[in-house]
Design a protein around this ligand. Structure first.
Ligand code: FA5
Length: 354
């Protein structure tokens, strides 16, 4: 082979081996294989100046070098691509020996925790949980609880009415029952009584209540209540007071004191408010109990004879007591939560504390 071709081939292969990336590879291709001014083209161009008898051998050798360089180029290009891919894979590889990221584990909402605690305390006194619907008829929410349409006590429960787009509803008012989002859990009393009558009853009725209220730090338009109802023969006010005292002690500590004050609810007669001595200052007086030493825990009373009758029980034979308590407000007192809106604002910084 012509010496200059051997030199060209060896130089080119050495340079190719040193080309470490795509850019260097392209520069090499231009330098050696480019048709315009590439080293091989230049080597071919001297063919005409050679003696005639040397030309075939030179031409064949030049083609051989060209084929060798092209094959070497392809091989180098493939090798560099493979190396780049391998480097990319290595950089993005999952290291299976690294410790895993711990999944964040949730827990029950503080209201659910409280409700379960309430169920447990009352279950210990023989009360079972009884569920009523969130959407009630006007009759169950008010009428059967001795709150007729004109009764001023209806103002105590500003109400979300449920619109009913049933055909014929507007033309024939009264044909369909008027529906409300229940304003309290008390309508469940009627449901439990009508289902169980004439059996004795001991139930708690938890659930969400809805009131068309101004939202403030103490008042939400959706909040939980838990109702209690006991019906049977010979049930007296002292049973009610004993039940609430036992509840206060189990829930808030064995030394808790209970006091009752006269009150008014249309569905209980007589009606009371039950207070316990303040859990934060032990009854000495603090900002939470507004320096009275007492915290309100429930509205309650003896089931009104009209309500007993509406539930199917003869008030001359049966008697009963009922109580109703909020869930969020006592929790606010227990944990010094300043604003009721935190409960359902879904801020994990708040909820994670419980
Ligand atoms: C009632 O709703 C009566 N049904 C309770 C009752 C039942 C009395 C059985 C007698 C016998 P009251 O409107 O006071 O009562 O509400 C009871 C509790 O619900 C309140 O003490 C309070 O803790 C809670 N509550 C009422 N309105 C709101 C509100 N807007 N936001 C948060 N909690 C509220």
């Amino acid at each position: 082979m012509h010496e200059s071709l051997v030199q060209l081939r060896d130089d080119a292969l050495a340079d190719l081996a040193a080309a470490a990336d795509a850019e260097a590879l392209e520069a090499w291709r231009v330098r050696y294989l480019s048709r315009k001014g590439g080293a091989l083209t230049t080597a071919m161009s001297i063919l005409g100046s050679l003696p005639r008898e040397e030309r075939p051998a030179y031409g064949a050798a030049a083609n051989e070098v060209k084929a060798a360089l092209e094959a070497a180029f392809d091989a180098r290009q493939a090798a560099l691509k493979d190396a780049a891919l391998a480097a990319e894979l290595a950089a993005g590889a999952v290291d299976v020996t690294l410790p895993g990221r711990p999944p964040s584990i949730g827990h029950l909402h503080v209201t659910t925790q409280n409700l379960r605690q309430l169920y447990a305390v009352f279950a210990g006194m023989g009360f079972e949980v009884y569920d009523g619907p969130d959407v009630e008829t006007d009759e169950y929410n008010f009428g059967l609880l001795n709150i007729p349409a004109y009764h001023p006590a209806r103002d105590m429960w500003d109400t979300f009415w449920v619109s009913q787009n049933k055909p014929g509803f507007s033309e024939k008012p009264g044909l369909f029952p008027k529906l409300v989002m229940r304003t309290h859990t008390s309508p469940g009393q009627i449901r439990a009584m009508r289902e169980r009558c004439p059996e004795p009853i001991r139930v708690v009725l938890p659930g969400k209540c809805y009131r068309y209220e101004q939202i403030t730090m103490r008042s939400e338009h959706q909040f939980y209540q838990m109702e209690g109802l006991a019906v049977g023969k010979g049930i007296r006010m002292t049973d009610l007071i004993g039940t609430l005292r036992e509840f206060a002690r189990q829930m808030y500590g064995s030394g808790r004191k209970l006091r009752v004050r006269g009150s008014y609810f249309p569905f209980t007669e007589p009606s009371i408010e039950a207070d316990m001595d303040c859990v934060l200052c032990d009854g000495k007086g603090c900002p939470v109990c507004k320096y009275t030493g007492w915290l309100e825990i429930a509205g309650a009373g003896m089931v009104h004879p009209v309500v007993l009758r509406n539930g199917g029980y003869d008030p001359d034979v049966y008697s009963g007591f009922a109580f109703g308590m909020g869930v969020e407000r006592p929790t606010m007192l227990k944990y010094s939560v300043k604003d009721i809106r935190y409960f359902y604002g879904n801020d994990l910084r708040f909820l994670g504390q419980f």
